[in-house]
Design a protein around this ligand. Structure first.
Ligand SMILES: [Zn+2]
Length: 234
Protein backbone atom coordinates (compact mmCIF):
# COMPACT_ATOMS: atom_id res chain seq x y z
CA UNK A 1 0.00 0.00 0.00
CA UNK A 2 2.78 2.38 1.07
CA UNK A 3 4.74 1.40 -2.01
CA UNK A 4 1.76 2.18 -4.25
CA UNK A 5 1.31 5.57 -2.58
CA UNK A 6 4.98 6.28 -3.07
CA UNK A 7 4.71 5.34 -6.74
CA UNK A 8 1.66 7.59 -7.17
CA UNK A 9 3.52 10.48 -5.55
CA UNK A 10 6.53 9.69 -7.67
CA UNK A 11 4.61 9.82 -10.93
CA UNK A 12 2.73 13.00 -9.88
CA UNK A 13 6.04 14.65 -8.98
CA UNK A 14 7.52 13.41 -12.26
CA UNK A 15 4.63 14.87 -14.24
CA UNK A 16 4.97 18.16 -12.39
CA UNK A 17 8.72 18.27 -13.00
CA UNK A 18 8.13 17.55 -16.69
CA UNK A 19 5.55 20.36 -16.84
CA UNK A 20 8.00 22.76 -15.16
CA UNK A 21 10.79 21.80 -17.56
CA UNK A 22 8.63 22.00 -20.70
CA UNK A 23 6.77 25.10 -19.52
CA UNK A 24 3.24 26.33 -20.11
CA UNK A 25 2.30 24.03 -23.05
CA UNK A 26 2.98 20.92 -20.97
CA UNK A 27 1.18 22.36 -17.97
CA UNK A 28 -1.87 23.12 -20.16
CA UNK A 29 -1.83 19.65 -21.63
CA UNK A 30 -1.70 17.97 -18.19
CA UNK A 31 -4.43 20.30 -16.98
CA UNK A 32 -6.72 19.22 -19.83
CA UNK A 33 -6.54 15.49 -19.04
CA UNK A 34 -9.13 15.50 -16.22
CA UNK A 35 -11.51 17.43 -18.48
CA UNK A 36 -11.04 14.87 -21.25
CA UNK A 37 -11.97 12.13 -18.82
CA UNK A 38 -15.13 14.06 -17.88
CA UNK A 39 -16.05 14.57 -21.54
CA UNK A 40 -15.72 10.83 -22.21
CA UNK A 41 -17.82 10.00 -19.14
CA UNK A 42 -20.50 12.45 -20.31
CA UNK A 43 -20.56 11.18 -23.91
CA UNK A 44 -20.82 7.58 -22.72
CA UNK A 45 -23.76 8.28 -20.38
CA UNK A 46 -25.25 11.79 -20.76
CA UNK A 47 -28.33 10.82 -18.72
CA UNK A 48 -26.14 10.03 -15.71
CA UNK A 49 -24.59 13.51 -15.83
CA UNK A 50 -27.58 15.76 -16.45
CA UNK A 51 -26.51 17.97 -13.51
CA UNK A 52 -23.55 19.17 -15.62
CA UNK A 53 -25.82 20.63 -18.32
CA UNK A 54 -26.47 24.37 -18.57
CA UNK A 55 -29.78 25.09 -20.37
CA UNK A 56 -29.71 27.12 -23.60
CA UNK A 57 -30.50 30.85 -23.27
CA UNK A 58 -29.42 30.93 -19.61
CA UNK A 59 -28.09 34.32 -18.56
CA UNK A 60 -25.60 33.84 -15.72
CA UNK A 61 -25.16 36.63 -13.21
CA UNK A 62 -26.22 39.63 -15.42
CA UNK A 63 -23.72 38.59 -18.12
CA UNK A 64 -24.18 40.27 -21.51
CA UNK A 65 -24.35 37.01 -23.51
CA UNK A 66 -26.95 34.23 -23.41
CA UNK A 67 -25.63 30.68 -23.11
CA UNK A 68 -25.87 29.57 -26.77
CA UNK A 69 -26.88 25.88 -26.55
CA UNK A 70 -27.97 23.33 -23.95
CA UNK A 71 -25.10 21.18 -22.79
CA UNK A 72 -22.09 20.48 -20.65
CA UNK A 73 -19.05 22.73 -21.12
CA UNK A 74 -16.49 19.96 -21.59
CA UNK A 75 -13.54 22.00 -22.82
CA UNK A 76 -12.63 25.51 -21.80
CA UNK A 77 -10.82 28.45 -23.35
CA UNK A 78 -7.09 27.66 -23.07
CA UNK A 79 -7.35 23.87 -22.84
CA UNK A 80 -4.69 21.92 -24.77
CA UNK A 81 -5.69 18.85 -26.81
CA UNK A 82 -2.09 18.26 -27.83
CA UNK A 83 1.29 19.80 -27.13
CA UNK A 84 1.63 23.46 -28.00
CA UNK A 85 -2.08 23.87 -28.79
CA UNK A 86 -4.55 26.01 -26.89
CA UNK A 87 -8.30 25.87 -27.39
CA UNK A 88 -9.65 29.18 -28.70
CA UNK A 89 -13.22 28.73 -27.45
CA UNK A 90 -15.47 26.48 -25.40
CA UNK A 91 -17.03 23.15 -26.38
CA UNK A 92 -20.64 22.59 -25.30
CA UNK A 93 -21.66 18.92 -25.48
CA UNK A 94 -25.41 18.24 -25.75
CA UNK A 95 -25.35 14.47 -25.20
CA UNK A 96 -27.95 14.12 -28.00
CA UNK A 97 -27.79 12.84 -31.57
CA UNK A 98 -26.50 15.26 -34.23
CA UNK A 99 -29.07 17.71 -35.62
CA UNK A 100 -31.27 17.74 -32.50
CA UNK A 101 -30.05 20.35 -30.02
CA UNK A 102 -30.66 23.98 -31.08
CA UNK A 103 -27.92 26.61 -31.20
CA UNK A 104 -28.87 30.25 -30.61
CA UNK A 105 -27.22 33.64 -31.07
CA UNK A 106 -25.58 34.72 -27.81
CA UNK A 107 -25.96 38.44 -28.51
CA UNK A 108 -27.54 40.84 -31.04
CA UNK A 109 -25.46 41.22 -34.20
CA UNK A 110 -25.02 40.74 -37.96
CA UNK A 111 -24.73 37.14 -39.15
CA UNK A 112 -22.54 35.88 -42.01
CA UNK A 113 -22.17 32.36 -43.40
CA UNK A 114 -19.35 32.27 -45.94
CA UNK A 115 -20.26 30.31 -49.14
CA UNK A 116 -18.00 27.29 -48.43
CA UNK A 117 -19.02 26.98 -44.75
CA UNK A 118 -20.95 23.79 -43.98
CA UNK A 119 -21.04 23.90 -40.19
CA UNK A 120 -20.32 27.48 -39.12
CA UNK A 121 -21.65 31.01 -38.80
CA UNK A 122 -20.04 34.17 -37.46
CA UNK A 123 -21.83 37.17 -35.97
CA UNK A 124 -20.44 40.71 -35.96
CA UNK A 125 -21.09 42.75 -32.85
CA UNK A 126 -20.29 46.42 -33.59
CA UNK A 127 -19.98 47.21 -29.87
CA UNK A 128 -18.30 44.78 -27.51
CA UNK A 129 -20.65 44.98 -24.48
CA UNK A 130 -17.63 45.03 -22.14
CA UNK A 131 -15.51 47.43 -24.27
CA UNK A 132 -18.04 49.38 -26.38
CA UNK A 133 -15.41 51.19 -28.48
CA UNK A 134 -14.36 48.00 -30.25
CA UNK A 135 -16.06 45.52 -32.58
CA UNK A 136 -15.99 41.78 -31.81
CA UNK A 137 -17.37 38.60 -33.39
CA UNK A 138 -18.91 35.39 -32.06
CA UNK A 139 -18.21 32.15 -33.95
CA UNK A 140 -20.32 28.97 -33.84
CA UNK A 141 -19.23 25.70 -35.46
CA UNK A 142 -19.67 21.90 -35.79
CA UNK A 143 -23.28 22.38 -36.98
CA UNK A 144 -23.27 19.55 -39.57
CA UNK A 145 -23.20 15.75 -39.70
CA UNK A 146 -19.95 13.81 -40.40
CA UNK A 147 -20.51 14.01 -44.20
CA UNK A 148 -20.98 17.77 -44.03
CA UNK A 149 -24.77 17.86 -44.38
CA UNK A 150 -25.45 21.20 -42.80
CA UNK A 151 -27.63 21.90 -39.77
CA UNK A 152 -27.17 25.67 -40.14
CA UNK A 153 -30.46 27.60 -40.31
CA UNK A 154 -29.09 30.21 -42.78
CA UNK A 155 -28.09 29.43 -46.39
CA UNK A 156 -24.46 29.58 -47.58
CA UNK A 157 -23.55 33.09 -48.69
CA UNK A 158 -25.73 34.81 -46.08
CA UNK A 159 -24.15 38.19 -45.33
CA UNK A 160 -24.73 40.69 -42.54
CA UNK A 161 -28.25 39.57 -41.62
CA UNK A 162 -29.35 41.16 -38.34
CA UNK A 163 -30.16 38.58 -35.66
CA UNK A 164 -31.34 39.22 -32.13
CA UNK A 165 -29.90 37.36 -29.14
CA UNK A 166 -31.73 34.04 -28.91
CA UNK A 167 -32.27 33.63 -32.69
CA UNK A 168 -32.02 29.99 -33.83
CA UNK A 169 -28.77 29.53 -35.78
CA UNK A 170 -28.83 25.77 -36.35
CA UNK A 171 -28.27 22.52 -34.46
CA UNK A 172 -25.29 20.89 -32.76
CA UNK A 173 -23.46 18.34 -34.92
CA UNK A 174 -20.34 16.18 -35.08
CA UNK A 175 -18.71 17.43 -38.29
CA UNK A 176 -14.92 17.41 -38.17
CA UNK A 177 -14.00 17.71 -41.84
CA UNK A 178 -13.12 13.99 -41.88
CA UNK A 179 -16.22 11.74 -42.30
CA UNK A 180 -14.35 8.76 -40.85
CA UNK A 181 -13.44 10.60 -37.66
CA UNK A 182 -16.44 12.60 -36.46
CA UNK A 183 -16.18 14.51 -33.16
CA UNK A 184 -18.57 14.09 -30.22
CA UNK A 185 -21.76 16.11 -30.85
CA UNK A 186 -21.05 19.66 -29.62
CA UNK A 187 -21.04 23.35 -30.32
CA UNK A 188 -17.67 25.12 -30.48
CA UNK A 189 -18.27 28.75 -29.48
CA UNK A 190 -15.64 31.47 -29.48
CA UNK A 191 -15.30 35.25 -29.30
CA UNK A 192 -13.04 36.60 -32.04
CA UNK A 193 -11.22 39.93 -32.24
CA UNK A 194 -11.63 42.34 -35.14
CA UNK A 195 -8.58 43.24 -37.23
CA UNK A 196 -9.43 46.94 -36.96
CA UNK A 197 -10.52 47.00 -40.63
CA UNK A 198 -13.94 45.47 -40.05
CA UNK A 199 -12.90 41.83 -40.56
CA UNK A 200 -12.60 39.02 -38.07
CA UNK A 201 -9.14 37.71 -37.25
CA UNK A 202 -8.09 34.05 -37.71
CA UNK A 203 -10.11 32.15 -35.11
CA UNK A 204 -7.66 29.23 -35.03
CA UNK A 205 -5.12 31.23 -33.00
CA UNK A 206 -6.07 31.77 -29.35
CA UNK A 207 -4.28 35.14 -29.45
CA UNK A 208 -7.09 36.33 -31.76
CA UNK A 209 -9.83 35.31 -29.32
CA UNK A 210 -11.14 36.52 -25.97
CA UNK A 211 -11.68 34.75 -22.67
CA UNK A 212 -15.46 34.12 -22.80
CA UNK A 213 -15.81 34.04 -18.97
CA UNK A 214 -16.99 37.63 -18.37
CA UNK A 215 -19.24 37.56 -21.46
CA UNK A 216 -21.12 34.46 -20.30
CA UNK A 217 -20.75 34.98 -16.55
CA UNK A 218 -19.17 31.55 -16.20
CA UNK A 219 -15.72 30.32 -15.13
CA UNK A 220 -14.39 29.30 -18.58
CA UNK A 221 -10.69 30.16 -18.47
CA UNK A 222 -8.65 26.93 -18.29
CA UNK A 223 -5.81 28.77 -16.52
CA UNK A 224 -8.03 29.90 -13.67
CA UNK A 225 -10.60 27.16 -13.23
CA UNK A 226 -10.26 24.05 -11.09
CA UNK A 227 -10.37 20.83 -13.08
CA UNK A 228 -12.49 19.12 -10.42
CA UNK A 229 -15.95 20.11 -11.63
CA UNK A 230 -18.04 21.15 -14.63
CA UNK A 231 -18.57 24.93 -15.06
CA UNK A 232 -21.77 26.33 -13.63
CA UNK A 233 -23.39 29.74 -13.13
CA UNK A 234 -22.01 31.14 -9.87
ZN1 LIG B 1 -13.74 23.62 -29.60
Amino acid sequence: MKRRLLLAWGSAAGALALAVVLGRPAWAWLHTLPRSRRVLAFLRAPEAHRAWIIPALTRCDHAPFLFPSSGFVGYLWGDAFHFGHRHQGIDIFSGTAPGVTPVYAAYDGYLTRQPPWKASVIIRHPHDPLHPNRQIWTYYTHMADPEGHSFVAFPPGTREVFVKAGTLLGYQGNYSGNPRRPVGVHLHFSIVLDDGQGHYRNELDIANTLDPSPYLGLPLNAWEVSTSQAPHCP
